[in-house]
Design a binder for this molecule. Sequence first.
Ligand SMILES: [Mn+2]
Length: 288
Amino acid sequence: MDLPDNYGGLEENFSNYSNSFFVVLPVPLEKTVSYKGGTSLGPKAIINASQNMELFDEEFFVSTCNLGIHTKNEINCNQKMEKVMRDIEEESYKILSDNKFLCVLGGEHSISQAPVKAAKRIYEDLSVLHFDAHLDLRDAYLGDKYSHASVMSRVEEHCKMVQVGIRSFSEEEHVKLKNGNYTIFFAKDVYDNKNWFSRAIENLTENVYITFDIDAFDPSIVPGTGTPEPGGLQWYITCEFLKEVFFNRNVVGVDIVEVAPHDSLPVSEFVASKLLYKMMTYKYIKIT
Ligand SMILES: [Mn+2]
């Protein structure tokens, strides 16, 4: 039997918009990638993987999908960048205004600035929790303000940020760090302990948006990404931290970006799919 083609492969009752608390917004954007392509295939691969994933949570013994998960049509990314960004922002704003939980699937990292702007229109105090191997704090990259490599410079124009998993940055970014007021938890300091959890959470405001570049994970568990970096985060420490964030703050939306599927090694999209479901589950536990 063919499953419905949505996140989780859910029947109509559990996936129509009005019944659903979670809303998945696929954004297959791939325009400014600097090394290897493939991120435009990310959303579809993650959704396909989700249809082969157990929907019962093994940690809390709940079926998170009972809250309903609606999957939107893909954002049309064959338009001018300005228009793509506006479309993402307006869709995100609608979803958040309907008091639903926003889940954006990329696509390259540059898309994150749009849902952040949408969330900021509703939550004045919004802060952004950023998982990534890279700082993404260039002012612009190759002259492009919308580049994936400068996305957090766009975000910091609107919000306070906490950055986790960082292990790669340029000289320009290093100068910026020294002269600015950043809250960064470098991969080398956080990969094997929880000592940093409370300080990271203290630096987040009540309403939080999470942007998760999948390359924050170690390439041994996520080989399929545009710019892999050794020395990344592992699964359990990441989930433990996310759980603390969800339980102690009001997370209003998330994105998962930079998944670039490998035909011969489909593990990355399964990790991304499960990561999203884990975050949904932590939200479910917090609100039920
Ligand atoms: Mn990255």
